[in-house]
Ligand binder design. Sequence first.
Ligand SMILES: C[S@@+](CC[C@H](N)C(=O)[O-])C[C@H]1O[C@@H](n2cnc3c(N)ncnc32)[C@H](O)[C@@H]1O
Length: 211
Amino acid sequence: MLDVRPIGIEDYAERCSKPLSALHDKLWVETYSKTRNPQMMVGALEGQFLKMLVGLTGARRILEIGMFTGYSTLALAESLPKGGTIVACEIDPVSADIAKRYFNESVHKDKIEVKVGAAAEILRRVWGPFDLCLIDADKENYGAYYDACLELTRTRGLIVIDSVLRDGGVLDPQDDCAKSLDALNKRIRNDPRVENVLLPVRDGIMLVRKL
Ligand SMILES: C[S@@+](CC[C@H](N)C(=O)[O-])C[C@H]1O[C@@H](n2cnc3c(N)ncnc32)[C@H](O)[C@@H]1O
């Protein structure tokens, strides 16, 4: 097994994968010019991976926790069939406003329902079942989001949890965030209700399939 990834290998993988839409490129530039943490966007490689997951699972109803400026939301929506829907939650109204402007420019805008507020609160008000849930918000609450998503996901549905490696911090967890991510990764591994695989792509993508 490769212990150190060759520098540039993710860029290479991205160059050898289909690109996302021109709207994504425009959103990328604006997010970099107007927000403080633009690196939070999943990026083109993971965006294309998410699109692939929607196509492979045949998902028609998606829940996203942590929309930010809408980069991943757009990728998911672009892959949904006609009539498919995505409920996207974001706590920051400024980010959500940027996202909404871009959704309005997209031919897929009617598929997207934005909910602004704390995910924990929104999760109490949404109804399942969802075919696919994406968790990409405040890491400290990932455990609670996982439990809620497991309830809301249909049998054989998919939960995708982003950034579960804490830049490698889970190997020797020191801070609370790394400790809670490590505990969640191990809890999922031992959860008899699901099958799972943790992919070391970007900062770690956990795929969980509800049995
Ligand atoms: C890593 S970013 C999501 C990036 C997004 N998936 C993308 O590709 O652009 C995490 C987002 O979760 C939001 N967030 C943090 N805490 C939240 C909460 N309690 N409820 C809802 N959203 C939250 C943050 O404001 C931030 O925009």
